[in-house]
Structure formats: structure tokens, C-alpha cells
Design a protein around this ligand. Structure first.
Ligand SMILES: Cc1cc2nc3c(=O)[nH]c(=O)nc-3n(C[C@H](O)[C@H](O)[C@H](O)COP(=O)(O)O)c2cc1C
Length: 371
């Protein structure tokens, strides 16, 4: 364990929340399926923040291995994240429309589009083997995206001593999370990289991170964790000053050595000519923010078919990307990134954490100097 020294000047409510979580600093690594690793999670937790594993695309066995590997690297608490979308509904006509629409892209690469699609991401809802694994492993924290689990699963996880977080993009979602008895709310603003966390993908309130923090602070009584566009310690201080108990950062950590991001993803995130982000649902079937790619410019056009149930389209996207990547064409990958990606810094996770902590301490001290 390598807790940085230095006095913390967090508010009593933040201190209390940190104490409950068993961590030192109000800095959470965002769970990032496909990008976060046990090494990244452990580095953040060892630096006094809350590391996270994005396990939504892992099998139960892979998720368990990731938890056990993280435990080998840290004795500190960390978060395990899962998706809670409604179980996928097959709609062969819409899936076929997407296959037909995407066929020219496959043909242009000398490939063939698949004949059928299947969902590639599972949901935590009614997933008994996953629930059983978590009740066995008992990670300190579990968080949910796209919705919340059943009341019974919530009760069992909490009875096992696990602290539960869920993401909200609107006050209505925050109130559902509070009424269900979860422990804290991740306020995901429109600036956030990756998938928008709406429970219903078709209605995006598109509220900024700062406005969500103020909204949730005024109308709920749970701890709020701000997420979206937060890149440095001054950003963290701002959300704490607005009432957040902690901040969750994703994009800032993607290019850390410990992440699973591939070289092209790392290069593009740091290329000043590419650091503009857009939201499209054409990749997975759910809206997500990332760097511009062929998905935005060539696929997400007015004539595209209606969205199929999440995550059938992701199957098509992953197959097209595999075909393209095999030929050295990286235009069909998903480059998830938040709107403030231009402020990304090339540091390893331990150094980034120390930098964030120092910046946060100095922003807090400056604020007190002024008042
Ligand atoms: C590469 C990447 C992958 C993500 N994957 C997940 C995920 O698996 N689960 C989740 O709850 N959020 C995921 N998110 C969203 C983050 O939890 C968080 O809302 C977002 O990173 C905050 O915005 P920022 O990227 O500007 O810091 C992802 C974000 C990124 C950038």
C-alpha cells in the first residue's frame, strides 16, 4: 500500500463517505469495460482513490478472475461495475435492416456481413450466477450502469456488506436509485466518455455534470459522485464545491500504462486534430460519446435504420471492426472519450493519482485563501 501523504481538507460529509468506503481521497476511477484492468484499478486504490473494474463484457469466470487478480495487487477497496439494461428483445426485422444497411461496409473490405446477430453484452438483471459470484467474492463496492438490479439482488448484495452505486443522468433516475435503497448516485453528465447511462436509451436529458450535481444535491439525500469531463484536480474541487462527495474520472486514465487501450486508441486520444467527441448510438445500439470515426461520418446518417435492441448492433460493429483492423484500417473502432479529452495527460496511474491529489489539495487551499 502506498498512500500519499499530505493533509486532506475535505468537507465533513466527504470525509465521512471516504471513511465508509475505506479510502483516502474522493477520486474514483471510472469503470471502463474493455479498458480498465486489475493493474489500473489496483494502482488507483493503492494511491488512496477507488479503483474500478468494468466487468460488463466479462463472463462470470472472467469477472471472478479479475477480482481475484486485483486482490493480489491491492488490499484496498475497489469497485466492480455491471450493466443493468432490460434483457435484450430479438427483433429480426430491425436486425436484418442493419445487416442490409451495413453490407456495403463489409463488402468494401472484401468481407461478408453476418446472417444473424446476437447480443454481445449480458445484463446483471436476473443473472443468478453473477450474483452468486459477487456474494462469494464480496468486493467492497459494486456499481451499475443503464439501470438498477432487482430489489432482491440489491438486498442480498447489501446484506453481504457491499456498498452499491448506480448511475443517473436525470433526476427521475436519481430518485429511482434512492427509492431502491442504493448507497450513492453517480451523476453522469453529458460530457462523459463512453456509454450514456440512461435507463431508457431513447430519452437523453443531456444535462451537464455540474448541473446534475446541483440538481441531485438539492433533491436527493444520497452521496453524489460527479462523472463527465473531469480531468484534473481543479475540476474535482469544482464538483466538490457544488455538493458532490467525490469525482469519477474515465478518459483521464485511458492512456495510463496500466490500461488495456491499444496503441491506435492512445495515439488518437492525444492527437490535437482528433480531440473532438460526438455521441452516436450506431455502434452498440445505445448512445455513447467518443472520438469521431467512420461510425459517425459514414454509418450514423439520416437514412440509417431504427436502432435494434441493445446489444445486437454491437455484434455487427465488433465483427466489422475485426475485419477492418485485420487490414490495418482503424476507422471502425470505438474510441470512447469525454468532451474534455484535449486535457488528457500521458502519465502512469500512480503518477496521475498523485498529480490529481496535489492539484485538488492546492485548489481547495486556494479556495479557502479567497474566502
Ligand atoms: C473507455 C470508457 C469505457 C467506459 N465503460 C464504462 C463501463 O463499462 N461502465 C460504466 O458504468 N461506465 C463506463 N464508462 C463511463 C464512465 O463510467 C464515466 O461516466 C465517464 O468516463 C466519465 O466521463 P470522462 O470520461 O469524461 O471522465 C466508460 C467511459 C470510457 C471513457
Amino acid at each position: 500500500m502506498n498512500h500519499p501523504s499530505g493533509a486532506a481538507h475535505y468537507s465533513p460529509k466527504t470525509q465521512q463517505f471516504l471513511q465508509r468506503l475505506g479510502i483516502q481521497h474522493p477520486i474514483f476511477l471510472a469503470p471502463m469495460a474493455g479498458t480498465s484492468t486489475p493493474e489500473l484499478a489496483a494502482a488507483v486504490s493503492n494511491a488512496g482513490g477507488l479503483g474500478s473494474l468494468g466487468l460488463a463484457t466479462s463472463s462470470v469466470a472472467q469477472a471472478q478472475q479479475a477480482i481475484q487478480r486485483t486482490r493480489e495487487l491491492t488490499s484496498q477497496p475497489f469497485n466492480c461495475n455491471f450493466f443493468c439494461h432490460q434483457p435484450p428483445q430479438a427483433d429480426p426485422a430491425t436486425e436484418q435492416a442493419w445487416i442490409t444497411y451495413m453490407t456495403p461496409f463489409f463488402s468494401a473490405l472484401g468481407g461478408t456481413a453476418p446472417h444473424t446477430l446476437k447480443p454481445v453484452n449480458f445484463t446483471f438483471i436476473d443473472n443468478q450466477p453473477l450474483l452468486d459470484m459477487l456474494l462469494h467474492e464480496k468486493p467492497a463496492v459494486v456499481s451499475f450502469h443503464f439501470g438498477i438490479p432487482t430489489p432482491d439482488a440489491i438486498r442480498q448484495l447489501q446484506q453481504a456488506g457491499i456498498i452499491l452505486l448506480a448511475c443517473a443522468t436525470s433526476l427521475a433516475e436519481a430518485q429511482i436509485i434512492q427509492a431502491a435503497g442504493l448507497d450513492a448516485i453517480v451523476a453522469q453528465g453529458i460530457e462523459a466518455g463512453g456509454h450514456r447511462g440512461m435507463f431508457n436509451r431513447d430519452f437523453d436529458p443531456a444535462i451537464s455534470t455540474h448541473d446534475l450535481v446541483r440538481l441531485f444535491t438539492a433533491h436527493t439525500h444520497l452521496p453524489i459522485i460527479a462523472a463527465g469531463g473531469i480531468m484534473d484536480g481543479a475540476d474535482i474541487q469544482q464538483v466538490l464545491a457544488l455538493g458532490a462527495y467525490a469525482a469519477q474520472l474515465g478518459t483521464a486514465f485511458v492512456i495510463c500504462d496500466e490500461s488495456a487501450a491499444n496503441p491506435t486508441y492512445r495515439e488518437r486520444l492525444q492527437d490535437p486534430t482528433l480531440q473532438t467527441t460526438y455521441i452516436t448510438a450506431s455502434i452498440s445500439g445505445r448512445p455513447a460519446r467518443g472520438l469521431m470515426s467512420a461510425w459517425h461520418s459514414q454509418v450514423d446518417r439520416p437514412e440509417r435504420p431504427a436502432l435494434s435492441s441493445y446489444s445486437y448492433m454491437y455484434d455487427l460493429a465488433k465483427q466489422l471492426n475485426a475485419l477492418a483492423t485485420g487490414q490495418g484500417n482503424h476507422d471502425f473502432a470505438a474510441y470512447w472519450a469525454g468532451s474534455n479529452v484535449a486535457r488528457i495527460r500521458n502519465l502512469n496511474a500512480t503518477d496521475l493519482m498523485q498529480t490529481l491529489i496535489d492539484e485538488l489539495q492546492s485548489a481547495i487551499a486556494t479556495r479557502f485563501d479567497k474566502t
